[in-house]
Design a protein around this ligand. Structure first.
Ligand code: HEC
Length: 420
């Protein structure tokens, strides 16, 4: 048998096209295979004067980073998108994550010597939006105080709270964060602060407004939906700054475009801390799990999820516990304190739930020395608002439905799934 098989193989090789030509066809190249992946999933951040440390627009720029790209992509650390692909809802807005095939392509390209390939294969360049410009016409612009980012320093996490000048309840139709200097602002999250005397480090009553970082421009809410900006609310800017080798002073703008005065949208979008775990107990050297529960008294539609923990957080899951005690895992995401990613579900994938459903948030912390995010594996960690303390809750985005709306949506979805 074995002899026969190898003879057959030799015959095929001899009769087929020259081996080198065949190899060329299947060779993974930059121009043919890798450039399209970079265009879709990387260049939004990896280009001149943007948040990422290097540009990946051309072969010349990309080639020196090949080894590092291979490692980051294979580990699913780049692009930053940490949803567990084996659990729950899988369709999201602005999902730049790579498929297993795309990861295999990048790995094969680097392992094959990272060749350029035929210049004719190169796809036309992608036009990116200019993140330095307004794409909405804001009615109100709130600006953070000047923050000096030294030429060389560790990363800085911290908050500024700024008056908004808005004196009546208004509904936001569109919102945009405009970083003063795209190179130093790794993240800027904004919140409406309703406590008249807010504590600098307690955001538990805040309403989440906007996330700046993931290379997106304005958020425009669908017609008839809006977020409440309460009268006299202040704006909390929660920054992650990093140094870029020269001193930079940043001031970042939040632009709010309101619906007309007096207009109330049919659906008010909420974004609040839910599923807050009680006291956290995270002994040195241990991996822990804590659970938090929030009951929803109205039916609703879940539009997005953003895990929130601090340095020791490694993973968070969101489960729905229905009134009949059945459960459904909606999402699990691995967690990295460097990235505060809002995972927004695609419109027709947004879970709906009946009145009396509980949002169950499950948070994992790793206080072992093996965890890279751990700055002190010898000490117990517990709850608190300082960055070195821990937290565990989800920022949950949803809007309430009436019972009729819930029933109608449920019917529509049953019908759609039985049609398939
Ligand atoms: C949302 C913006 C964003 C996207 C999208 C993104 N990156 Fe990054 N990347 C960054 C930032 C910022 C850093 C700097 C390190 C950090 O903050 O984690 C980085 C770091 C890296 C590094 C490490 C650089 C070093 O100093 O060693 C590599 C490699 C990398 N990215 C490759 C990629 C590739 C390949 C893609 C697409 C498949 C991609 N990134 C998508 C923002 C992004």
């Amino acid at each position: 048998m074995r002899v026969g098989a190898s003879i057959a193989a030799v015959v095929i090789l001899a009769a087929g096209a020259p081996a080198s030509a065949a190899a060329q066809d299947t060779e993974v190249t930059f121009t043919k295979d890798v450039a399209p992946i970079l265009q879709r999933s990387c260049q939004v951040c990896h280009r001149e004067n943007n948040m990422a440390p290097m540009s990946l627009m051309t072969y010349e720029e990309t080639r020196p980073w090949a080894r590092s790209i291979r490692n980051k992509v294979a580990a699913r650390e780049m692009p930053p998108w940490h949803i567990d692909k084996k659990v729950g809802v899988q369709r999201f807005k602005e999902d730049r994550s790579l498929t297993d095939e795309e990861i295999a392509t990048v790995v094969a390209w680097v392992d094959g010597g990272a060749p350029r390939g035929n210049p004719a294969d190169l796809p036309p360049p992608v036009e990116f939006q200019d993140f330095g410009a307004w794409t909405i016409e804001p009615d109100v612009i709130v600006t953070s105080p000047p923050h000096t980012v030294p030429a060389e320093a560790g990363d800085w996490w911290g908050d500024y709270i700024v008056p908004s000048g808005v004196t009546e309840d208004r509904y936001i139709q569109a919102i945009q964060t405009r970083a003063g200097d795209l190179r130093v602002v790794h993240h800027a999250l904004t919140y409406a602060v309703t406590d008249p005397n807010p504590m600098a480090d307690d955001s538990s009553n805040d309403l989440f407004l906007n996330e700046y970082a993931v290379g997106k421009n304005a958020d425009r809410y669908p017609e008839g939906t809006g977020k409440l900006f309460p009268a006299d609310a202040q704006v909390r800017f929660s920054f992650h700054y990093h140094s870029v080798g020269e001193e930079v002073v940043d001031r970042t703008d939040l632009g709010l475009k309101f619906y007309p005065r007096g207009y109330e949208p049919d659906h008010v979008l909420w974004s609040r801390q839910l599923g807050l775990a009680g006291e956290l107990d995270i002994p040195a050297g241990q991996i822990t799990r804590h659970d938090g529960y929030t009951k929803m008294y109205l039916p609703g539609k879940l539009t997005g999820f953003q895990p929130h923990m601090h340095f020791l957080g490694t993973r968070q899951c969101l489960e729905l516990i229905y009134p009949d005690a059945t459960t459904e895992m909606v999402s699990c995401a691995n967690f990295d304190f460097n990235w505060h990613i809002v995972y927004n579900y695609a419109d027709d994938a947004q879970p709906i739930y009946p009145a009396g459903t509980t949002m169950h948030v499950i948070s994992y912390h790793d206080n072992t020395a093996a965890h890279r995010g751990n700055h002190d594996a010898n000490n117990w960690a517990g709850s608190g608002n300082r960055t070195i303390d821990e937290m565990a809750f989800g920022w949950i985005n949803w809007y309430d439905l009436t019972d009729e709306e819930y029933q109608a949506e449920l019917e529509a979805r049953r019908k759609a799934s039985s049609d398939n």
